[in-house]
Design a binder for this molecule. Structure first.
Ligand code: KIV
Ligand code: NA
Length: 257
């Protein structure tokens, strides 16, 4: 069993592998493949729910899919994303929503897209026994303000991101996702922090990497420039489904026996 403590100590030469998952069979395969952390990301909105952003994803959506992932996982740490507006407005609601993802759905930790407003919340959740993974740089829940642009391109912006990561470390976060920031910024932040950094579009100096599973598998329609496709599962699915359809149409399925 991978624990939050295992991950907190994994800085340096033994890269952390993190991948999103949204369903039981995918979680089982990723877990058996030795992925350290399964993230039930709000990227489910784009990846498997047909939305064009993460904003419509609800706590019910994340809870349902976290349950499915947790039931397929034996070894990996399961981290559930707190979706848009499920935190940051009212602290009691945020605690209740995070609690649902842990208590009902079976997540081991939650992830928050960070701002100055999530420092106190991180401390509160950690004090209550809910481990927190921070997320800085590009935070797609702010798509209407940031777009999907790289963040931290100027020295001031980079310093702000680093300081946000540091305040969340002090508040008790056990790790941080750095999304779509320049490689040197990710390297500087990784050197400055004692908790591990997990990068996406952040170069190779971070303590780990994360990707969206549909991008890795070749199931995504729109792939960000920093993602990498490691297979063509869409072609396999098309071939299996067409094979089934053709066999019914031509009468070869079901056969006599
Ligand atoms: O929702 C997600 O998949 C994420 C990762 C890209 C870090 O937040
Ligand atoms: Na996310």
């Amino acid at each position: 069993m991978t624990t939050v403590q295992d991950i907190r100590d994994r800085t340096g030469d033994d890269p952390i592998t993190m991948l999103t998952a949204y369903d039981t069979p995918t979680a089982r395969i990723a877990d058996e493949a030795g992925i350290d952390i399964l993230l039930v990301g709000d990227s489910m909105g784009n990846a498997v729910m047909g939305y064009d952003s993460t904003l419509p994803v609800t706590v019910d959506d994340v809870a349902s899919r976290t349950g499915a992932v947790a039931r397929g996982t034996a070894d990996a740490l399961v981290v559930a994303d707190m979706p848009f507006l499920s935190y940051g407005a009212d602290e009691a609601d945020a605690v209740e929503n995070a609690g649902r993802l842990i208590r009902e759905a079976g997540a081991d930790a939650v992830k928050l897209e960070c701002g100055p407003h999530t420092v106190g919340l991180t401390e509160r959740l950690v004090n209550l026994g809910i481990p927190v993974m921070a997320h800085v740089g590009l935070t797609p829940q702010r798509i209407n303000q940031l777009g999907l642009e790289q963040q931290g391109a100027t020295a001031e912006a980079a310093a702000e991101i680093e300081s946000l990561a540091e305040t969340h470390q002090t508040a008790g976060a056990f790790s941080v996702v750095l999304e779509h920031v320049p490689d040197e910024v990710a390297a500087d932040i990784t050197a400055a922090l004692s908790m591990p950094t997990i990068g996406i579009g952040a170069g190779d100096a971070t303590d780990g990497q994360v990707l969206v599973v549909t991008d890795v598998l070749g199931l995504s329609e729109n792939v960000p420039p920093f993602a990498e496709q490691f297979g063509d599962v869409a072609a396999e699915m098309r071939s299996a489904i067409e094979g089934y359809r053709d066999a019914v149409v031509d009468g070869s399925f079901p056969g006599d026996d």
